[in-house]
Design a protein around this ligand. Structure first.
Ligand code: SF4
Ligand code: SF4
Length: 198
């Protein structure tokens, strides 16, 4: 759990780092103040990296620091190099590692992202999602677990693999699926309100 502890090396890395040419989160994150959905480029992104409205950027942009920027990943694991944004997320009382691909298929094409997942999956679930079709509650995602176990979820279907071999197929609990739909509905409603200026 070295990455979770407040070790001096991590603090030093965080102090030395800046985003540089990376603007991966400007594509991946949702920015309600700008009515920008997750997974689409922000209109203020600059081609060379950085933000065209840096001084007045919304609070979420100011507050967001991916795990790399926090010093939790190696120097060469910046999101624009690996192809995915990595965060530690609280899920109730637990923590999971979230890898959000900058484009579909990035995880499978990125030895760096796979290496990060391997470092964490024995300690916590590693959830891998892409940024395509984010408003689809049935969009697929993967959860990598200890002992080479992987769940692949698509809609209500859950496939469980061990050692790369399909071992079991289950149905996602109704309540969990409904919670995803409600969450997306709320998000869409909030974005519509912002777009209307109300
Ligand atoms: S993804 Fe991380 S390194 Fe890249 S711009 Fe966002 S905060 Fe900075
Ligand atoms: S406003 Fe600036 S920092 Fe925020 S998402 Fe857009 S380009 Fe990125």
């Amino acid at each position: 759990m070295a990455q979770l502890s407040a070790d001096p090396a991590r603090a030093r890395r965080a102090a030395e780092r800046s985003c540089g040419p990376c603007s991966a989160c400007c594509t991946v994150l949702r920015v309600d103040e700008l009515a920008k959905p997750a997974g689409r480029d922000c209109e203020h992104q600059r081609a060379e990296g950085g933000c065209g409205i840096h001084a007045s950027r919304p609070a979420i942009c100011r507050g967001y620091h991916c795990l790399w920027l926090q010093g939790g990943l190696d120097d060469d694991e910046r999101p624009d190099r690996t192809g995915g944004i990595v965060d530690l997320e609280a899920v109730g009382a637990a923590v999971r590692l979230s890898i959000r691909e900058l484009r579909p298929g990035a995880f499978d094409a990125s030895p760096a992202l796979q290496s990060i997942a391997e470092r964490y999956r024995s300690q916590m679930p590693v959830r891998v999602t892409d940024t395509a079709d984010l408003e689809n509650p049935d969009r697929p995602f993967r959860v990598l677990l200890a002992d080479d176990v992987e769940q692949r979820v698509a809609g209500e279907r859950v496939e469980i693999y061990a050692g790369g071999v399909l071992r079991e197929t289950k149905t996602l609990p109704w309540l969990e699926r409904m919670a995803r739909r409600v969450s997306i509905w709320r998000r869409e409603r909030a974005l519509r309100r912002i777009a209307r200026g109300s």
